[in-house]
Design a protein around this ligand. Structure first.
Ligand code: F6R
Length: 250
C-alpha cells in the first residue's frame, strides 16, 4: 500500500481526479467502482470540471457504486442514487445504461445481490475501485465483523455509522438502519484501489490501516493483502503516520 499525503483537501481531490482521468484516458472502457460520502465530493467536482473542458470522455466507461441505503427511495435527497446524479452523473457523459447502483429496496435482496455481482463480472470486473473509509474501518458498508469472503449483500448499519451519517439527515431516527453493499471480496477483486481519507476523525483509522493487524474487526485492513492500493490523505489524517517526504509505503 502506498500512502500519499497532501497539504489539504483541495490538493488531495486534485490528485484523486487526476488518477481517475488518467485511468480513463489509458483505457476508454474503464470500469470504475464509485463511493459516495463527503470524501469524494471534491474529486467528483474536479472530474466534472475536466469533462466540461473537453479533457476526458466517459462514453465507454461503466460504473458500479459501492452501496445504497435500504428503506428510502432512489429520489430521496440522501439516497446514493441522488448523490451520484447531483455530484457526478448529471455533469459528465457516462451513459445511463452504463451506470449501476445497488437498488435499496429489492423484493429479493439475495437475488438482487447475485445479479449485481454478475453484472460486474459481465463488465469484465472493476479496473479502479475508489473508496472512502469509516472511522470504524468500514469500506463500502462492510461493518466490523463482515467476512472477508463476502460478496454484495444486505447489511445492518452500525450505530457509529448511523451517528456519523446523521449529519446529512434531519435526525438520527431518519437515518436508515440497513444498506446494500458490495462485499469485501467484491472490492478486493478490483484490479486497483484508490482510497481517500481526510480530517482528524480519520487519523486513528489511518494508523490501523497502516500498522494494524489484518482482521475483520477492522474491515479496511484487508487492503493490506491487495497488490495495488493507493491511499490519499490530507495532513490532518496523516498525524499518526510516519511519513517520509509525504509518502509511506507499507
Ligand atoms: C460510501 C461508503 C462509505 C464511506 C465512508 C466514509 O459509499 O461506501 O464507506 O466511504 O462512510 O464516508 P465519508 O467520506 O463521508 O467520511
Amino acid at each position: 500500500m502506498i500512502f500519499e499525503c497532501y497539504e489539504d483537501y483541495t490538493a488531495l481531490s486534485e490528485r484523486a481526479a487526476e488518477i481517475v482521468i488518467n485511468t480513463v484516458k489509458d483505457k476508454k472502457n474503464t470500469v470504475l467502482g464509485l463511493p459516495t460520502g463527503s470524501s469524494p465530493i471534491g474529486m467528483y467536482e474536479r472530474i466534472s470540471e475536466r469533462f466540461k473542458k473537453g479533457l476526458v470522455d466517459f462514453s465507454d466507461v461503466k460504473t458500479f457504486n459501492l452501496d445504497e441505503y435500504c428503506g428510502i427511495s432512489s429520489d430521496h435527497e440522501q439516497s446514493y442514487h441522488y448523490f451520484m446524479n447531483t455530484n457526478l452523473f448529471n455533469h459528465v457523459n457516462i451513459k445511463k445504461e452504463h451506470i449501476n447502483l445497488p437498488y435499496g429496496n429489492p423484493e429479493n435482496p439475495e437475488a438482487f445481490a447475485q445479479e449485481y455481482e454478475e453484472k460486474i463480472r459481465a463488465a469484465g470486473g472493476i479496473d479502479l475501485q475508489i473508496l472512502g473509509i469509516g472511522r470504524n474501518g468500514h469500506i463500502g458498508f462492510n461493518e466490523p465483523g463482515t467476512a472477508f469472503g463476502s460478496r454484495t449483500h444486505m447489511i445492518k448499519l452500525h450505530e457509529d455509522t448511523r451517528l456519523a451519517n446523521s449529519r446529512f439527515f434531519d435526525s438520527l431516527e431518519d437515518v436508515p438502519v440497513a444498506a446494500i453493499t458490495m462485499g469485501i471480496k467484491t472490492i478486493m477483486r478490483a484490479r486497483s484501489i484508490l482510497l481517500i481519507a481526510c480530517g482528524e476523525s480519520k487519523q486513528e483509522a489511518m494508523r490501523k490501516l497502516a500498522y494494524g493487524e489484518v482482521t475483520p474487526e477492522f474491515p479496511a485492513s484487508v487492503l493490506q493483502l491487495h497488490p495495488d492500493v493507493r491511499i490519499l490523505i490530507d495532513e490532518e489524517a496523516s498525524k499518526l503516520l510516519e511519513m517520509e517526504d509525504s509518502v509511506l509505503v507499507v
